[in-house]
Write a protein that binds this ligand. Structure first.
Ligand SMILES: Cc1ncc(COP(=O)(O)O)c(C=O)c1O
Length: 325
């Protein structure tokens, strides 16, 4: 249950996009298999643009874009980004242009490769939505951010007002959405476990449950431990909406890097096994890059006796990517 505490709010604008509260239910078969009381929060079923945790963030981010008067939203990400798909849908609904610089696999130490134009999964949906996707050969995150900036400048040179959207929608507003999401829980959990990458899901939940008995455990899908520093910056930025929240520093984040597998954006063996296990046990699908790896972490920790009691798996979506790998 959301801790019963009154926080001072400076309310940001919000445009409703998702069907909330998303379903929350028990996983009977998996509870039995793992010897824990396992529940699931179904953000794969937001009812918006094929679901996923980004719909929540976009409710606040789209209001901010409209307030900025921008006509074009520029972002970046992996070619199979779930965020870009949901952002594109929201932009179309509000008559805004969505443009993104993408790489098949952006990461530090990425092997430079010749450009491969991917297909399937989220790219099919971006095609339907008419997203201005600019494909680039693999490179580092810094290179990808620079390419997004060049794209923004290109639109500005045409006289368009541009909103620069951070990767994954991870601005303090994105984190705010997950402080609010926590209020949808009507019971107490010993642990909440989920896929963590650009950090606003993790930051929002960490802030919502700060000082409570509930363990907020992110399973990292990105192999770089420095990301916790970015998460701490998000928590600092959240104070503009929630001035009384405690400080959350990089070391305060409970982030487990053991389940990334071969790298960001590359399916792992354990993740693939977890997808099969949940699909066959409960009829619920996960994705290979985020939620599958997170569920692999949950299985492993429960089997080792490191996750006990009543546990909530927060399903963050990503299903379209299943059809891309
Ligand atoms: C399916 C899915 N799960 C989890 C995440 C991670 O969420 P966050 O970026 O808020 O850390 C993402 C983000 O890309 C995602 O697409």
């Amino acid at each position: 249950m959301y801790p019963d505490r009154k926080l001072t709010h400076v309310l940001p604008g919000r445009i409703p996009l998702i069907q909330s509260p998303t379903p929350l239910h028990r996983l009977g078969a998996m509870s039995k298999q793992l010897g824990i009381d396992l529940w699931i929060k179904r953000d794969d079923l937001t009812g918006f643009a094929l679901g996923g945790n980004k719909g929540r963030k976009l409710e606040y981010l789209m209001a901010d874009i409209l307030a900025s008067q921008a006509k074009v939203v520029v972002t970046c990400g992996a070619a199979q980004s779930n965020f870009i798909r949901q952002l594109s849908a929201a932009c179309r609904m509000l008559d805004l242009r969505c443009a993104a610089a993408v790489m098949n696999m952006p990461y530090e130490d990425a092997e430079p490769e010749t450009l491969v134009h991917g297909s399937g999964g989220n790219l099919v949906l971006n095609d339907i939505l008419g997203t201005d996707l600019r494909f680039h050969a693999n490179g580092t995150w810094e290179e990808l951010y620079d390419l997004a900036e060049q794209l923004a400048l290109e639109y500005e040179a045409q006289g368009k007002t541009v909103y620069r959207m951070p990767i994954g929608g991870s601005s303090p507003l994105g984190a705010y959405a997950f402080v609010e999401a926590a209020k949808e829980l009507d019971q107490t959990f010993d642990a909440i476990i989920f896929a963590s990458s650009s950090g606003s899901t993790h930051t929002g939940l960490a802030v919502a449950f700060a000082g409570s008995q509930t363990r907020i455990l992110g399973i990292a899908c990105d192999p770089e431990p420095e990301i916790a520093q970015d998460f701490a910056e998000l928590a600092k930025g959240l104070k503009q909406y929630l001035p009384d929240i405690p400080d959350i520093l990089a070391d305060d984040y409970d982030l487990d890097f053991s389940f990334v597998g071969p790298g960001y954006g590359i399916p792992s063996e354990a993740g693939t096994a977890a997808i099969k296990r949940l699909g066959c046990s409960e009829g619920i699908f996960l994705d290979p890059i985020y939620s599958g790896k997170a569920f692999a972490g949950l299985i492993d920790l429960a089997e080792k006796g490191e996750l006990t009691g009543r546990v909530l798996f927060w399903h963050t979506g990503g299903i379209p990517a299943l059809f891309a790998y």
